[in-house]
Design a protein around this ligand. Structure first.
Ligand code: DGL
Length: 270
């Protein structure tokens, strides 16, 4: 079997839950996590900027790591750039999609919330997803670019009160809307899943796409007959950033059990 790595990409730390899910289920190849801190955040950038930075970054990471598979573990990047990247590069790619379909299926009140970056909320892709899978629901979107910055800088140190405060504006909007299912449509917000669940209460399901995307990665790598996790196992990995480096990224990669590789430079290799 090929030892070329699986590479996860996000503007920052948002893709780590996807990496972690796969890390505990794939043992025969390395995983690489790239946080594109040089261009963080993506969610307030124009479409053209995201397209061009995505293309440039793909060239760099393919040259450095020759990945067997790239996981765009970022909704903004997937929504804006996945089809362009697929047409431009021969490497298989998996994107993440806001979990609108499962949310619509599981909402009894047929009232669902979606929280994501401004770019994702405004994009036609999300509107199409809602039209296709949630046309029987009242859908309440909320853009929160500030919350992305909160996760990227504070998630290791913030206590529950600080996390509650960071989520307060969106939670009050969703309570007012009377939703019973919330889609975390930005991967950074998965770090606040328990906070949202606690503030919204037991009647509201909080959904992300980690398991769905993880299973798709396994299908592509191993095939449909893969039976899932082998307890106690894990794959080797490397965490790199495209610009900023420092104690936050070092601590976070160590919390996820990933070797910290510093900057994504032309010399960095697994
Ligand atoms: N984590 C990313 C997402 O899922 C984007 C965060 C950002 O850079 O704005 O959309």
């Amino acid at each position: 079997m090929s030892k070329r790595p699986v590479l996860f990409l996000d503007s920052g730390v948002g893709g780590l839950p996807y990496y972690e899910w796969v890390m505990h289920r794939v043992y025969d190849r390395s995983l690489v996590y790239v946080a594109d801190t040089e261009h963080f955040p993506y969610g307030d950038k124009p479409v053209e900027t995201i397209l061009s930075l995505a293309e440039e970054l793909a060239v760099r990471i393919i040259e450095s790591f020759d990945p067997a598979l790239i996981v765009l573990s970022c909704n903004t990047l997937s929504v804006i750039a996945l089809s362009m990247l697929r047409s431009r590069f021969p490497v298989p790619m998996v994107g993440v999609v806001p979990a609108v379909k499962p949310a619509a299926a599981r909402s009894e009140k047929k009232r669902i919330g979606v929280i994501a970056t401004k770019r994702t909320i405004e994009d036609v892709y999300l509107k199409q997803l809602i039209a296709e899978f949630a046309s029987d629901c009242s859908v309440h979107p909320f853009a929160d670019n500030g919350l992305v910055g909160f996760v990227e800088t504070r998630i290791l140190e913030a206590d529950e009160e600080e996390k509650n405060n960071a989520c307060a504006a969106s939670v009050s909007y969703f309570k007012e809307a009377g939703i019973d299912a919330l889609v975390l449509g930005c991967t950074h917000f998965i770090f606040l899943k328990n906070t949202f669940a606690g503030l919204l209460g037991g009647g509201v399901k909080v959904l992300d796409s980690v398991e769905g995307v993880g299973r798709q990665v396994l299908r592509l790598l191993i095939g449909d007959d893969h039976t899932g996790a082998e307890p106690g196992g894990r794959s080797a990995g490397l965490f790199v950033t495209s610009a900023e480096k420092g104690p936050f990224y070092r601590s976070l990669s160590s919390r996820f059990g990933i070797e910290y590789g510093g900057l994504l430079t032309s010399g960095v290799r697994l």
